[in-house]
Unconditional design. Sequence first.
Length: 256
Amino acid sequence: MTGPEGGEGAGAGVRANETMVPLLPCASAEETLGFFRSLGFEVTYEQDRPYLYLAFRWGGVHLHYGRAPKGFDPSGEDGGGCLVMVDDVAAYHAVLSARMRSAEGRVPTKGVPRITRYRSGASRFTVVDPSGNSIIFIQRDEPQELEYGGSVELEGLARALDGARILRDFKLDDRAAWRYLRSALRRHGDDAPAVERAMALAALIELSVALDEHERRSEWTEALKTIDLTAEERRRVEGELRNAEELEHWLSGRPR
C-alpha cells in the first residue's frame, strides 16, 4: 500500500489533505484564554464542564487544550508542544510581541508564560504558554543538521562560537551559551584570529543583555575597541552588536 505521497502504509481513501491539531495539557483555563486572546488568537471552542476543552485559531495555527493530569506543574515546562512552520519567522515574532505588549504592557521573557527573544538571522523562537507547553515557530528552510558543541570542521574559538549559537538559538539556553563562550575566550582567545575574538565579545555583550548580567559588559565593550579589524570584519561585528541593541529595545518596549 502507498501513502499520501506515494510512501508505504496507507490504504484506499487516504489523501494528502490531512490537518493535524495538537492537544495540549491545560493547567488553568482562565490563564490560557487570557494569554491567547492577548496574542490575537480566536477562541473557537470553550468549555470547562463537565470536562475542560479549549480551542484556538490564528490563521493556519490551531491549538486545542484538555485538562492537565493531577500533579501537573507548569513550571517544569514538560507538558508538551508543537512546531509551527512559517515562511518569515521574524514577522511572526514581531506581530506576537507587539500584540502581547499592547494587551499586557510588556512582553514576558522569563518564567511561564513567555515569548523568547528573536535575533536577526535566527530561524526560530518559542511561545511558552501558561501551562509550560512550547509552541515553536520555525523558518521552513531551517537547516536540518545540528552539531552540538560546534561544527567538527571548525576548531578553537570558531567552533565555540558555532556551539554557542546552537545553545542559544536551538536549545534556548542563554546561560549555557554565555558560560561556554566565556570559557572558550579564556582558552582560545590569545591564539584566535582578531575577528573571532571580536565576534565572541559581541556575542557575550548580547547574551549579557538577555541574562541581565552587566558586570563585565563595559570591559568587553572596551576590549572590542582595541581589536584591529578590516571594514568587512567590522560590519560583521557591528551586526552582532545591533542584536544587543535591538534586544534592549524589545525588552524595554521603547520605540527605536
